[in-house]
Design a protein around this ligand. Structure first.
Ligand code: RTP
Ligand code: MG
Length: 137
């Protein structure tokens, strides 16, 4: 089933020069297409919308501070089972628990600075595409 997903390469990925490497892994998957790609700074209002489900949790404030600490690369990726697929490429939230070979497992150490966000369901994907690329809604 063809789907679309919203991917963010977080400020740590941009600062460390890992965006090309991460985008390459996504591009190499058969049949997936990057249909939007933009480097941008995120303001607090955008992050409140995006991470609203985590508001009130202890990691929320430091997460918003981290996500506004530098530019991110926002992408829409489309293709077969791409929602589950990009999350599989990313690995679990905690990079130390993520298997080597996954993006977080290969490059991450800190839970917050885990390099990549990818939508976790079709509902999240549609909601997040509207936040980052309103013209594609
Ligand atoms: P994401 O939403 O960024 O794709 O990541 P995820 O689904 O794997 O993780 P989620 O539970 O939605 O958490 C969102 C982001 O918050 C940071 N986080 N820090 N205990 C902590 O310090 C903690 N827990 C989560 C991570 O950056 C995580 O990706
Ligand atoms: Mg999440």
């Amino acid at each position: 089933m063809s789907q679309r997903t919203l991917v963010l390469l977080k400020p740590d990925a941009v600062r460390r020069g890992l965006t090309g490497e991460i985008i390459s892994r996504i591009e190499r998957k058969a049949g997936w297409q990057i249909t939007a790609l933009e480097l941008r700074d995120l303001d607090t209002a955008t992050l409140e919308q995006h991470y609203g489900e985590h508001k009130g949790k202890p990691f929320y404030e430091p997460l918003v501070a981290f996500m506004s600490s530098g530019p991110v690369v926002a992408l829409i990726v489309e293709g077969e089972r791409v929602i589950e697929g990009v999350r599989a490429l990313a690995g679990p939230t905690d990079p130390i628990a993520a298997a080597p070979g996954s993006i977080r497992g290969d490059y991450g150490v800190i839970v917050r600075e885990n390099l990549i966000h990818a939508s976790d369901s079709e509902e999240s994907a549609e909601r997040e595409v509207k936040i980052f690329f309103p013209g594609r809604a």
